[in-house]
Design a protein around this ligand. Structure first.
Ligand SMILES: Cc1cc2nc3c(=O)[nH]c(=O)nc-3n(C[C@H](O)[C@H](O)[C@H](O)COP(=O)(O)OP(=O)(O)OC[C@H]3O[C@@H](n4cnc5c(N)ncnc54)[C@H](O)[C@@H]3O)c2cc1C
Length: 397
């Protein structure tokens, strides 16, 4: 059993920082390697919505993982804020998932059929919706109301996880990993732009860029970029009292810093046409996304005609062929673990990914924790031509 394993984590997004945080908490010697800066990939651009209501999670392992992830946050946020002095802008509030047309109502009620077994929720009619938020459009047909949603600032979360890991001894080095160094079927280190570093275990958490290691591993790591954009608006009037979303029109969240976040593009888009399956590395804000997002937002809350655009963010989410994350040891290799493919839910699933992988590594990489069994990279080994377009259509926001 490895008592003090030497672990290299590649990529300091929310996944890599979560892994480093939980590993150092358990006493591992960790080096976190990042080619740019903490959170500079998708993680700095995310909404930070922590909701169990979307279509992303399905009954069984996916929902169990999401639920465990959700429960992780209150304690984690408290610990991180204490340890780093940062305010993660964490809020727990009721949410409304709105139906503005018949199709949205059918989607929401279809999901409720199994979700209400796990999460307290109820369908409310348009009159009740308007009592909660009278500024919403009168096109609202009804909504599902639930009280367990939350949201935080995803960049601050990522930074806090990284800083807390560093405080416990993790070495953060800003340099790209250019290759893995292997001996037979074992990993023995990584090559970076500034030299080689030895390790027992490497955890690849490089988001959409994890594919760079496919050739060395002889396995096409099945992730592709699903570009997403969102807007930060300032608008006159009181903050929204609840977190708002709808299947076709995305989210609308009053953040604790006073900004209104609206978005996101990618996944099942408003017009159901364009999936924004992006380039390898694309965080360029586009005019088409800006126009679409503003239109969606005004459709839901007409008062946003007067809103001021403060910031437009864009990032590339790592999408897997079945939209579920890819977490666990690589078949045929000793000491190589993948942690990517979290798609539209990486912030929500980041900490639980870190905690469960840390447990696995600290127990000597013998038994994959039950929560992770369904997410093994091995499920794609036979798949030669993954359909990312179809996966993008299933992803929500
Ligand atoms: C607009 C938008 C809204 C979103 N909203 C939500 C939301 O509300 N809730 C939610 O749960 N998720 C949301 N997401 C998804 C979430 O952001 C991602 O799932 C998550 O950030 C993925 O994290 P990651 O650590 O895998 O990847 P990344 O954050 O992309 O991190 C990968 C890191 O690896 C580094 N790297 C790459 N190659 C190398 C290398 N060779 N060597 C060293 N470092 C390397 C990169 O620089 C990067 O920092 C959203 C995403 C977007 C774009």
């Amino acid at each position: 059993m490895a008592v003090n394993p030497d672990v290299i984590v590649v990529g300091a997004g929310v996944i890599g920082c979560s892994v480093a945080y939980y590993l150092t908490k358990q006493g591992a010697k960790v080096t976190l390697l990042e080619r740019e800066s903490i959170g500079s990939g998708a993680s700095a651009h995310a909404t930070g919505s922590l909701s169990l209501l979307g279509a992303e999670f399905s009954p069984g392992p996916s929902f169990n993982f999401a639920l465990a992830a959700h429960r992780e946050f209150p304690g984690l946020v408290r610990d991180l804020e204490e340890e780093t002095g940062m305010d993660l802008l964490f809020q727990q509030r009721p949410s409304l998932r709105l139906a503005l047309d018949e199709e949205e109502e059918a989607t929401i009620k279809g999901l409720m059929a199994w979700q209400e077994e796990h999460v307290a929720m109820r369908w409310i009619d348009a009159a009740e919706v308007m009592r909660i938020e009278p500024r919403l459009t009168n096109k609202v047909r009804g909504a599902v109301y639930e009280e367990q949603s939350a949201q935080l600032d995803s960049y601050r979360l990522t930074l806090a996880l990284g800083q807390a890991a560093e405080k416990r001894g993790a070495q953060l080095q800003l340099r790209p990993v250019t290759d893995l160094i292997t001996s037979g079927s074992r990993i023995i280190g990584v090559r970076t732009a500034a030299g080689e570093i030895a390790c027992d275990t490497v955890i690849l958490a490089a988001g959409v860029w994890s594919t760079a290691f496919s050739e060395t591993l002889g396995y096409q790591i099945p992730v592709q970029a699903l570009k997403g954009e969102r807007l930060m608006l300032r608008f006159p009037g009181e903050p929204l009292p609840v977190l708002i979303s709808s299947p076709k029109r995305g989210h609308m969240i009053s953040r604790l810093d006073g900004m209104l976040s609206v978005g996101s593009t990618g996944g099942r888009d408003y017009d159901q046409q364009d999936l924004f399956l992006g380039d390898e590395f694309d965080r360029q804000p586009t005019e088409s996304a800006r126009t679409e997002l503003l239109q969606r937002a005004i459709d839901v809350l007409p008062a946003l005609e007067d809103a001021e655009l403060v910031q437009q963010l864009a990032g590339s989410r790592p999408l897997s062929p079945d939209t579920f994350p890819i977490i666990g040891p690589m078949t045929g290799w000793e000491g190589v673990i993948l942690a990517t493919g979290h798609g539209t839910k990486g912030v929500h699933l980041g900490p639980v990914t870190g905690r469960t992988l840390a447990e696995y590594v600290m127990a000597g990489c013998v038994q994959v924790p039950e929560l992770l069994e369904a997410f093994s990279p091995a499920r794609f080994s036979a798949e030669s031509d993954p359909d990312f377009y179809a996966a993008g259509q299933r992803a929500e926001e």
